[in-house]
Write a protein of this length. Structure first.
Length: 242
């Protein structure tokens, strides 16, 4: 689905990833679930392009619902997969700490896990080889994505700022639809390793210039990063007070 010039979304409000389309080729931000491979092929056909036009995948972190088809792109088409060094092991092995689920409602929770199953979420292939990136890197990929370290959800969580697309992809640094409660609007994401660190990291987004804030779960936010960050902090305060 086209959001803006150069900017497309794969998936939906349950799980999403993003495609940056330029004259020099395509950069993917995250790779959703394995079953999003078909969504990718359909979007590429709409653009008159193919997997051969994809120059790289940038993962916001190494969780299974973000690395979905990355290994397939790497092995079948030679597409390099970039991830922060602190999440490299998670991306290659799936190794991660156990975290509390927190609040949940039966319907949204079943919907999330049901959607994951339909998109082959139980068949994730971890990424055998990754290109490690660091905070502040500008990658030599279409759109010149800039890496913004956002530790908290995982040690190597990042946001990916793409000035060409006027957008910042935030992975699970925040969410606009809580997959376990169904609550909508900017808020902290579930399954977070260190919730306090994740909130602190949001300050790194506030000064970025963009008019799209794009989470891995939930509707794209057509707002500035500063506005979205303030909304997340307000939601956090409301949760603490309730």
């Amino acid at each position: 689905m086209k959001l803006a010039p150069h900017l497309h979304r794969l998936g939906n409000d349950v799980v999403a990833c993003y495609l940056i389309d330029t004259d020099e080729g395509i950069t993917l931000i995250d790779a959703g679930l394995p079953g999003h491979w078909n969504d990718l092929q359909q979007e590429l056909r709409t653009l008159g392009k193919s997997a051969a036009d994809i120059r790289g995948v940038v993962l916001t972190h190494g969780d299974s619902d973000h690395i979905g088809f990355a290994e397939r792109l790497r092995t079948e088409h030679g597409v390099p997969v970039h991830v922060h060094a602190a999440d490299a092991v998670r991306t290659r092995t799936g190794e991660k700490p156990k975290v509390a689920f927190g609040s949940m409602r039966l319907g949204p929770t079943l919907g999330f896990f049901g959607y994951s199953l339909r998109k082959n979420g139980m068949r994730t292939k971890y990424v055998s080889e990754v290109v490690e990136v660091a905070d502040g890197d500008t990658l030599e990929l279409p759109g010149s994505p800039v890496i913004v370290g956002m530790p908290g959800h995982s040690p190597g969580s990042i946001a990916v700022h793409v000035p060409l697309a006027d957008a910042v992809c935030v992975g699970d640094a925040l969410t606009t639809r809580h997959v376990l409660t169904g609550r909508t609007g900017p808020q902290p994401a579930p399954f977070t390793d260190d919730p306090d660190e994740a909130i602190t990291s949001l300050d790194r987004l506030a000064d970025l210039k963009a008019s799209w804030v794009l989470p891995g779960h939930g509707a794209p936010a057509h707002a500035t990063p500063a506005e979205v960050v303030e909304s997340v902090k307000a939601a956090k305060r409301a949760q603490a007070a309730s």
